[in-house]
Structure formats: C-alpha cells, structure tokens
Design a protein. Structure first.
Length: 352
C-alpha cells in the first residue's frame, strides 16, 4: 500500500513518534512518503532519505516562557504567501509521482487536505484528539477554561472526519465518539531498549529557554544534582550542569535519573512514565494540552503539577518521590505492539 504520512514541524516529539510508525510500515512492506517541515523534516530526512518532502509549516512563538498568541499570529500572516506557493508545488509533485492509497496524519494539515481533495481514507494518530473525542477527568480552573475551549476548537477543526482516530495517551479517558481508539504512547527504540536505574541526578528539560532564572532556582537546592537540557550549551554552575543536546546522552541521563523536571510536553512525560521516573511538570502558559498532561501526572500520582518552578515546589516534589515511584510501578505497556496490531487491522479495511 502507498501511504502518505504527514508530520508537523513544531517540536521534535511528533517526529520521533512518527519515525517509529514509519519504520514499522516500511518493514511491513508498505511504500511510505512523508511530508514535514522545519527540524522535524531534517530528522526524518536523515532517517528516510528520498522519502521526505519539505513543506512550510506553522510555528508557535514564545514570550517569557509562554506561548504568545499575537506573535504567533503575526508571524503566520507574514510567511503565509510564500509558504502556500511552496506547498502547492509539493502538492502537485506528490499527486503526480506517488499517488498514495491512504493518508496518515499526526495532527498535520497538508496531508489531511491532500487526502480530502483526492478522496483518500485518513487515519489520525496523535495525542491531541483526546480533547475533542474524549471526556477529561480533571478539574479545569477558571484561568484555563478559555485555553481549553480554544484548544478543543483547534483540535476539532484540524483533521475532522477521518476514517479512524488512534489517540496515544498515558492516562485513561472515556471516549465519546465512534471510530476512535485509545492506545499507549509511542516509544522509540532507544527508550524500549533502555535499562533504567535510579541515579543521583534530576533530569531537567526546558523547551523554552526564556526562563532565565532557572539555574539560580536549581542552585537553591545545593544537595541535589541537576542535568539541564534545552539551553544548547555545556556549562557547570555548581550543582547544575547545562548540557548540549545529544540523543544518546539525553537517553542515558533520562534512564539513570531519579526524577524528571520538565514542561508539559507529551513525549518526555510519556517516556519518563514508561521508565517509571517521577515527573515534576510545569506546563507552558497558554498551552492547554501541556496543562492537561501535567494535571494527569498529578492526578495519577506519578508526580506533581506546578504553575512555576520554585525552590519550595521542587522540595515538595522531591519529598514525595518514593510515593510517586510506588504508583508508577502500576504502569505497564507492551512497547508499541498494541498500536502496531491496530494498524495491521485497520489498513486493509480502509484502502481504496
């Protein structure tokens, strides 16, 4: 079967998750072409040369460790004309040279519109659709209700009327719509092959480097050791070590960490939970999906959810670390097998 796979360029989590599925589809004998943008395109093109088409995507803008709606909107308007021209050229090339039978979209619009125009079946695989197709069992405070409504509308409008939705999630959810299945998070091979230990350090990952006081905050806990990724530099600041990114170095530090301090990003939280690492989650403002992930970490007893990183919040999290470890022992998933089995069942039924 010829499959067009759409991966958004915003953040590398979508790319690393999609990489696992694309590789499985190729190993299963399918012919797969990929559309993506930005850093995700670079990563996927290295893994699947000659199979990845670069398009122009949509990107979030940040201000003071929060998503800036105004900066994101103005940036999108500024780049829209050139982006449309580039994407139209890619659209024609794929239609003429590949002619897919089916489309898989990881919350990506180009592949979705391609499928709709050519009347192709679509499978949606992402973690976002739980906001639209599931019932959340968390308390949504007043200051998050507007973000929830905005986020839900965006998710509903992004890839509507797909033939099936596979929702990846580390938390349970009551599904309210048909053609929808909840599956465990997608794990890359380096996580599946890791041998977790409880070392002395806390792994810290910040996707937004605008939080300038982070190092000073961590230094207020001098008896703890922190290994920090996200600042793209290698420096020592007493008990705080800033580390430039390397995939293997990051995996090693994650698998040997005693705990993880991060935003509310789905990929790292899911990987930490899979490895039974307690999570302290401080989601970026104006991103309801991150709030949702952090709230479920707290609800399930896998860690704590805080609105900001402070010395007292970190002490409170670390004080209960053994309780979080005990709760995490109850989390189990059989690698990616459940998702792969569902794809094997779905693909023959949806092909044109």
């Amino acid at each position: 079967m010829k499959i067009l796979y759409g991966v958004p360029g915003e953040g590398l989590g979508h790319a690393t998750r999609s990489q696992v599925i694309i590789r499985y589809l190729l190993q299963s004998g399918h012919d797969v072409q990929v559309v993506s943008s930005s850093r995700a395109f670079t990563l996927l093109n290295q893994s699947f040369p000659e199979r990845v088409h670069e398009i122009k995507g949509f990107h979030l803008a940040y201000k003071n460790a929060a998503v800036s709606k105004l900066k994101t909107f103005t940036s999108t308007l500024k780049t829209a004309p050139e982006n449309l021209k580039t994407n139209f050229a890619k659209y024609r090339k794929i239609a003429e040279s590949f002619a897919p039978d089916l489309v898989i979209s990881d919350f990506e619009s180009f592949s979705y519109f391609f499928a709709k125009h050519h009347k192709l079946p679509i499978i949606s695989i992402d973690n976002m659709q739980v906001m639209s197709r599931g019932k959340l069992d968390i308390k949504i405070p007043e200051n998050q209700k507007q973000n929830f409504l905005i986020g839900k509308r965006i998710v509903q409008a992004k890839v509507p009327r797909c033939q099936h939705y596979l929702i990846t999630s580390f938390f349970p959810a009551l599904l309210e719509k048909d053609q929808t299945t909840l599956v465990p998070p997608i794990m890359r091979d380096s996580i599946l092959n890791a041998s977790p230990t409880n070392g002395p350090h806390v792994l810290v990952y910040q996707s937004s480097t605008s939080q300038k006081n982070l190092v000073n905050t961590l230094q207020q806990l001098p008896l703890e050791t922190f290994r920090v990724y996200g600042f793209n530099k290698t420096e020592m600041h007493g008990n705080v070590q800033l580390k430039s990114f390397s995939e293997q170095g990051f995996i090693d530090d994650l698998s040997s960490a005693k705990a993880v301090l991060t935003n509310g990003g789905f990929s790292l939280i899911s990987e930490a939970i899979y490895l039974h690492k307690p999570v302290c989650s401080v989601p970026l403002e104006n991103q309801f999906e991150q709030f949702m992930n952090a709230a479920y970490v707290d609800k399930l007893g896998y860690g704590r959810h805080f609105e900001e990183i402070t010395p007292d919040n970190l002490r409170a999290f670390l004080y209960d670390i053994n309780s979080f470890r005990m709760n995490l022992q109850n989390y189990h998933q059989n690698g990616n097998q459940e998702l792969f089995n569902l794809l094997n069942q779905l693909l023959p039924t949806l092909s044109c």
